[in-house]
Design a protein. Structure first.
Length: 86
Protein backbone atom coordinates (compact mmCIF):
# COMPACT_ATOMS: atom_id res chain seq x y z
CA UNK A 1 0.00 0.00 0.00
CA UNK A 2 1.18 3.52 -0.76
CA UNK A 3 2.08 5.67 2.25
CA UNK A 4 0.96 9.29 2.48
CA UNK A 5 2.83 11.65 4.82
CA UNK A 6 2.11 15.28 5.71
CA UNK A 7 4.60 17.67 7.28
CA UNK A 8 4.09 18.76 10.90
CA UNK A 9 3.83 22.36 9.68
CA UNK A 10 0.71 21.48 7.67
CA UNK A 11 -0.72 19.49 10.58
CA UNK A 12 -0.66 22.71 12.66
CA UNK A 13 -3.60 24.00 10.60
CA UNK A 14 -5.73 20.89 10.22
CA UNK A 15 -5.65 17.18 10.93
CA UNK A 16 -3.49 15.62 8.23
CA UNK A 17 -3.38 11.89 8.73
CA UNK A 18 -0.46 9.69 7.82
CA UNK A 19 -2.11 6.82 6.06
CA UNK A 20 -1.61 3.72 4.01
CA UNK A 21 -3.93 3.37 1.06
CA UNK A 22 -4.47 1.38 -2.06
CA UNK A 23 -4.24 4.08 -4.71
CA UNK A 24 -3.17 3.88 -8.33
CA UNK A 25 -2.66 7.64 -8.66
CA UNK A 26 -1.71 10.63 -6.55
CA UNK A 27 -5.28 11.91 -6.91
CA UNK A 28 -6.66 8.68 -5.43
CA UNK A 29 -4.23 8.86 -2.50
CA UNK A 30 -5.22 12.45 -1.76
CA UNK A 31 -8.91 11.49 -2.02
CA UNK A 32 -8.29 8.90 0.71
CA UNK A 33 -6.85 11.63 2.95
CA UNK A 34 -9.77 13.95 2.15
CA UNK A 35 -12.17 11.18 3.16
CA UNK A 36 -10.56 11.19 6.61
CA UNK A 37 -10.51 15.00 6.83
CA UNK A 38 -12.49 16.95 4.20
CA UNK A 39 -11.00 20.29 5.40
CA UNK A 40 -7.61 19.16 4.15
CA UNK A 41 -8.81 19.54 0.54
CA UNK A 42 -8.98 23.34 0.88
CA UNK A 43 -5.40 23.52 2.10
CA UNK A 44 -4.03 21.48 -0.80
CA UNK A 45 -6.27 22.08 -3.83
CA UNK A 46 -7.47 25.27 -5.50
CA UNK A 47 -11.00 25.93 -6.79
CA UNK A 48 -10.25 24.12 -10.06
CA UNK A 49 -9.03 21.00 -8.25
CA UNK A 50 -5.33 21.53 -8.96
CA UNK A 51 -2.54 21.70 -6.43
CA UNK A 52 -2.17 25.12 -4.84
CA UNK A 53 1.06 26.93 -5.82
CA UNK A 54 2.32 26.74 -2.24
CA UNK A 55 1.91 22.96 -2.02
CA UNK A 56 4.77 20.64 -2.91
CA UNK A 57 4.23 16.92 -3.39
CA UNK A 58 6.98 14.36 -3.69
CA UNK A 59 6.30 10.87 -4.97
CA UNK A 60 9.14 8.45 -4.24
CA UNK A 61 11.53 11.36 -3.76
CA UNK A 62 10.61 13.24 -6.95
CA UNK A 63 8.50 16.37 -7.04
CA UNK A 64 5.19 15.90 -8.82
CA UNK A 65 2.56 18.42 -9.88
CA UNK A 66 0.59 15.81 -11.82
CA UNK A 67 -2.38 14.57 -9.83
CA UNK A 68 -2.61 11.66 -12.27
CA UNK A 69 0.93 10.50 -11.46
CA UNK A 70 1.01 6.73 -11.09
CA UNK A 71 1.74 5.24 -7.68
CA UNK A 72 3.29 1.86 -7.02
CA UNK A 73 2.06 -0.24 -4.10
CA UNK A 74 5.24 0.73 -2.23
CA UNK A 75 5.17 4.46 -3.12
CA UNK A 76 6.02 7.07 -0.52
CA UNK A 77 4.13 10.35 -0.95
CA UNK A 78 5.18 13.43 1.03
CA UNK A 79 2.97 16.53 1.04
CA UNK A 80 4.18 19.88 2.32
CA UNK A 81 3.39 23.56 2.07
CA UNK A 82 6.19 25.72 0.72
CA UNK A 83 7.42 28.32 3.17
CA UNK A 84 8.06 31.91 2.23
CA UNK A 85 9.42 34.96 3.94
CA UNK A 86 12.77 35.75 5.36
Amino acid sequence: MAELHFTPQLRRFTAAPQLHCEAATLSEALAAAFAVNPRLRGYLLDDQGGLRPNVAVFVDGRRSTDLHAALAPSSQVHVLQALSGG
